[in-house]
Design a protein around this ligand. Structure first.
Ligand SMILES: *Cc1c(COP(=O)(O)O)cnc(C)c1O
Length: 389
């Protein structure tokens, strides 16, 4: 049966058939009768307050995806034996809804978040889903809570899709029940008054991800173990951890961002480099992919997805070849890096000669370009900025 089907149906369509549901035509919306208080924009703290509604879709192995529900934001009633509480059957996504100058809500490359959500879920044995259907549910949620998107430059509504294993059993095994839900939170700009370049602590002891592991997923279990190293870095006066891997000191990521370095390589070329996705240790960031695309289309900088080590960074600094470095992710877009500490020694990374930028020139340009596309002020590549109405 499977073999004969695969001869006539394209693999993606086949995957869709088996990831059938949820059925968004069955979406049931219950509006709140007690709207939540909206804070003034200046008082918003990241992820601390939530909009009126949430999307919730349950699944069981026996019945598949149940009918999706949008209902007032509020707690769940979940059995204490549910495996998400014990074995880390949790994964999530992070993306934002923006308001453009015409008052229209927009998402940025949400198809990439849905594809990654599907990869994270299935890696944890959580059920796959129809990516277009779940995205449609998210769009409905954003339309309903559109007033929660702050109408100020740099502000947005942060969207947090999450999937959890809910079967009531202490056995470690493939989830027989799960819940997919989406909550949303109004957020301010990461940088309230211009960039604030960061200093990193390159961590020699803790490893975030390893070949064969799940670093490429947004599994909850990748994040709890970073809290203590992050606190140690903060206590030592550094903003973020630079994650390394292996004897050679391969640079992997920074905090929960992808790492980029702009340098003159040993062949003398101006090169933007970020670690490759091939061994599964790097989170495939939407911002990472967008930056690679934008810089490749400029044509004036060589762009490489290639491994590099902390020792190569130190050599580049010593030789005066280092140009700039930054982290990249949805929360901040780009985070300029002004230096790092490794084995007790502090190293400086240049910023723009124009001190008012507080970032490297390329870092600064990329932030402007990406924001322009996200808020609909610049026409980006086809399909990147998705209008909701
Ligand atoms: C989410 C995340 C990123 C950035 O991904 P974006 O899609 O650009 O937001 C990078 N690294 C880690 C570890 C992450 O969790």
């Amino acid at each position: 049966m499977l073999r004969s089907l695969s001869n006539v149906v394209a693999p993606r369509a086949l995957a869709r058939m088996f990831a059938a549901g949820p059925d968004m035509s069955k979406l049931k919306v219950t509006k709140t009768t007690t709207p939540r208080e909206k804070l003034p924009a200046e008082e918003l703290v990241f992820g601390a307050n939530f909009a009126d509604h949430m999307l919730e879709i349950d699944w069981t192995a026996a019945e598949g995806w149940k009918d999706p529900v949008i209902r007032p934001y509020g707690p769940f009633d979940i059995d204490p034996s549910a495996s998400c509480y014990h074995y880390g059957g949790v994964c999530f996504e992070g993306l934002k809804a923006y308001i453009d100058d015409d008052g229209c809500a927009r998402l940025f490359r949400p198809d990439m978040n849905m594809a990654r959500f599907s990869r994270s879920s299935t890696r944890l044995g959580l059920p796959d889903f129809d990516q277009d259907a779940v995205l449609e549910g998210i769009k409905e949620l954003v339309r309903l809570d559109k007033d929660w998107i702050p109408r100020k430059p740099g502000y947005s509504l942060y969207l947090r899709p999450t999937a959890i294993a809910t079967q009531e059993s202490l056995g470690v095994g493939a989830p027989s029940a799960s819940k997919l839900f989406v909550i949303t939170s109004p957020v301010g700009p990461y940088y309230k008054s211009g960039f604030a370049p960061v200093r990193l602590l390159a961590d020699e002891h803790h490893v975030r991800a390893w070949p064969g592991g799940i670093g490429y997923t947004k599994a909850g279990g990748n994040y709890a173990p970073t809290v203590v190293p992050q606190k140690k870095a903060n206590d030592a006066g550094y903003a973020q951890v630079m994650w390394l891997f292996g004897e050679t000191g391969q640079v992997t990521e920074v905090g929960t961002m992808n790492m980029f370095v702009l340098w003159h390589n040993t062949a003398g070329e101006l090169e933007l480099v970020t670690p490759p996705l091939d061994d599964g240790t790097i989170l495939p960031g939407v911002t990472r992919d967008s930056i690679l695309h934008l810089v490749r289309s400029r044509g004036d900088v060589k762009v490489s997805e290639a491994p590099f080590t902390i020792y190569q960074m130190i050599d580049a600094i010593a030789d005066g070849r280092m140009v700039e470095a930054f982290g990249a992710g949805t929360a901040c877009i780009v985070s300029p890096i002004e230096g790092f500490n490794f084995k007790g020694v502090d190293y400086d990374i240049p910023l723009s000669a124009d001190a008012s930028k507080r970032a490297g020139d390329l870092t600064h340009e990329l932030a402007e370009e990406l924001m322009g596309i996200q808020y609909g002020r610049i026409e980006g590549p086809p399909g990147w900025s998705v209008k909701l109405d």
